[in-house]
Design a protein around this ligand. Structure first.
Ligand code: CA
Ligand code: CA
Ligand code: CA
Ligand code: CA
Length: 402
């Protein structure tokens, strides 16, 4: 059985490499890689890992990390770190913070050097996202919302430079007949309705939109919409400027649809986001948006099957701009099999003058020795420099102040 699997992947690599075009914007060639349900991740499967490294070597845009967080408090080889979010500190940008989920135990808060500032043991926190200017008890706070898998619910936090303060006495529970496992999670602020929302998706491909309001000084949640995909999804991001929700169906493609609660569920598949693009090898995972102002920007998605990231334009028909990879800078290891990722366009000073990308690292190593997972920090300018059409000067567009 093992020999057959090895042979299968060896043939697969040959077919895939043989089909590859020189330009990574080409999209006409079908690869034969398909997602099989219940498949192991590369962290658990050495053949899959070798296959992904071989495919990764074909991608020519390379950047390196500038910093990394300390490892999560989990065993080496355990899939524990998952999804990050960035909190922009308007008063002191260099003291901005990174939130990182540990899907075995809770939510961590790191500074830009990667040091742990605070930890909230909120349970099996899977995905996290945040928004600014949420009104609570006559204060304006940054609110983070996350999916929590012990309770199959949603948890919420007030984000400050020092801590993550729980806003709910207990998780807001999902209906298990619709959401089988609170897995993916992102937030949305509707400018049209001046209302905050979370989207939670289950492993069964069902997504629920949840309105988040204040009620008597407390956070209140109400399910307002259900969306159904045909298979497992996790990575999601909402574009607050345009009112669009993007969802990565892990073994299929990236979809876009209206993020408004009263919209129909009509969705469009992004061209070049499926396996007709040689640079897309499943799973598709974390998604986030770099806002560039005037409705322009970039949608970034983790492509786990070749340890890379795909970039699409935010505007219009989401033109595909190509993939990049993150390799070692000698002192910090490269990044493999990213689950969640997050990006900001804001200048954070120091190593991140025009924005920051944070990605989960599936295989964290130190001097070649395996360590528990962590998150890597990448200077946006290094990514922009790899693309002709991406400017490396940040527009410093405060997308949340609209
Ligand atoms: Ca996230
Ligand atoms: Ca996943
Ligand atoms: Ca690594
Ligand atoms: Ca993983």
């Amino acid at each position: 059985m093992m020999k057959q699997t090895t042979l299968f992947f060896a043939i697969l690599i040959l077919i895939t490499l043989g089909c590859r075009h020189k330009s990574d914007t080409s999209s006409s060639i079908e690869t034969t890689i398909v997602k099989m349900d219940g498949e192991l991740e590369a962290i658990e499967d050495s053949v899959k890992k070798a296959n992904a490294f071989a495919l990764q070597a074909q991608i020519k845009r390379v950047v390196t990390p500038k910093a990394q967080t300390q490892p999560v408090n989990a065993a080496t080889g355990e899939d524990a770190a998952d999804d990050p979010a960035i909190w922009y500190n308007e008063e002191n940008p260099s003291e901005s913070r990174i939130l990182g989920t540990d899907k075995k135990s809770g939510l961590a808060l790191y500074n830009l050097k990667g040091e742990l500032v605070s930890f909230n043991p909120a349970g099996k926190v899977n995905n996290v996202d945040l928004r600014y200017n949420f009104k609570l008890a006559n204060r304006s706070i940054a609110i983070a919302v996350a999916s929590e898998r012990i309770s199959n619910g949603l948890v919420a936090f007030e984000v400050t430079a020092d801590s993550l303060i729980s806003l709910l006495d207990s998780p807001s529970l999902m209906d298990t007949t619709i959401i089988d496992d609170a897995y993916g999670c992102c937030m949305y602020y509707s400018r049209r309705k001046d209302t905050f929302y979370a989207f939670i998706c289950g492993k069964n491909g069902n997504i629920q939109q949840i309105k988040i309001t204040e009620k008597s000084g407390k956070v209140n949640t109400t399910v307002v919409r259900t969306i159904t995909l045909s298979s497992q999804c996790e990575g999601m991001v909402a574009d607050d400027e345009e009112g669009i929700l993007y969802v990565a169906e892990e073994g299929k493609a990236i979809w876009k649809m209206s993020a408004e609660e009263d919209a129909d569920n009509q969705m469009t598949m992004l061209a070049n986001s499926d396996s007709t693009n040689v640079n897309i090898t499943y799973d598709l995972e974390g998604l986030d948006i770099y806002y560039a102002g005037n409705n322009k920007g970039y949608l970034i998605g983790s492509v786990q099957g070749n340890f890379s990231y795909a970039i699409f334009e935010k505007e219009g028909d989401n033109r595909y701009l190509g993939n990049f990879i993150i390799k070692s800078n000698n002192s910090i290891d490269g990044v493999e099999e990213t689950d969640g990722l997050t990006v900001t366009n804001m200048a954070l000073g120091g190593d991140f003058p025009s924005g920051l990308l944070v990605v989960q690292d599936g295989f964290n190593t130190e001097n070649g020795i395996d360590k528990p997972q962590n998150f890597k920090l990448i200077d946006w300018a290094d990514i922009a420099n790899q693309y002709e059409t991406i400017l490396n000067t940040s527009p410093q567009f405060m997308w949340w102040k609209h």
